[in-house]
Design a protein around this ligand. Structure first.
Ligand code: C5P
Length: 222
């Protein structure tokens, strides 16, 4: 039998990243941040001065971009072509580039096997937009996290403020709504819950509570 997978999909700011990492740690499972792969291609495209309106060049860039993850204490570092790009990956520029690149079918196809390779014993927590629908449709455990756009903008705002990045709440809300619309309306792998996903609305709920609700979906261990 293949290793079990818990997919956690949802829009940006739904808390996916934080929840997925904590759940993976609690289970002792591997963790896939699939958005980081798209962001890495976006960052590499920027380094290579590649036009975001040139799909063929972006597909080549996808094949040429090496991405690896490294746990460093509490933090997960992302190396793009050997360079630590952890901070650059989190910028709105990288997010917007990722979202544009993610709409190209050949890019998604090129990243499919790389994502599936993370499925290793004892299990995988996979975080993204299409983990439960496209990449791991046979996953035994699927979650779809949501939160109001206002709350997601506020969370992003606080994260970025902590990092010393200067942004406005109104600007972030606009970007989040635009990105949601783009991710939900694209032809390939649009953001939508898998039919068999459990939906959890995290608006007004603390991180620990969400982690417990997700863990409650899995059979008790130990
Ligand atoms: O989750 P994160 O914000 O890091 O993802 C960045 C962008 O990458 C998303 O806006 C989305 O367009 C794209 N993405 C995707 N499929 C995934 C993960 C991310 O299309 N599985």
């Amino acid at each position: 039998d293949p290793a079990p997978v818990l997919t956690i999909d949802g829009p940006s700011g739904s808390g996916k990243g934080t929840i997925s990492r904590l759940v993976a740690r609690r289970l002792g499972w591997h963790y896939l941040d699939s958005g980081a792969l798209y962001r890495a291609v976006g960052v590499a495209a920027g380094w290579g001065d590649i036009d975001l309106a040139d799909p063929a060049a972006l597909v080549r860039c996808t094949f040429d971009t090496e991405v690896s993850f490294r746990e460093q204490g509490e933090d997960l570092h992302v190396l793009v072509n050997g360079s630590d790009a952890t901070l650059e990956l989190r910028t709105e520029t990288a997010g917007a580039a990722a979202s544009a690149i993610a709409a190209i079918p050949e890019v998604r196809a090129a990243l499919k096997d790389r994502q599936r390779a993370f499925r290793q014993p004892p299990g995988l927590v996979a975080d993204g937009r299409d983990m439960g629908t496209v990449i791991f449709p046979d996953a035994p455990y699927k979650v779809f996290l949501t939160a109001s756009a206002e709350e997601r903008a506020e969370r992003r705002y606080n994260q970025l403020k902590d990092k010393g990045v200067s942004v406005t709440l109104a600007g972030l809300l606009r970007e989040i709504l635009a990105r949601d619309a783009r991710d939900a309306s694209r032809a390939v792998a649009p953001l939508r819950p898998a039919d068999d996903a459990v939906r959890i609305d995290t608006t007004g709920i603390g991180i620990d509570e969400v982690v417990e609700r997700v863990l409650a979906l899995l059979p008790a261990t130990g």
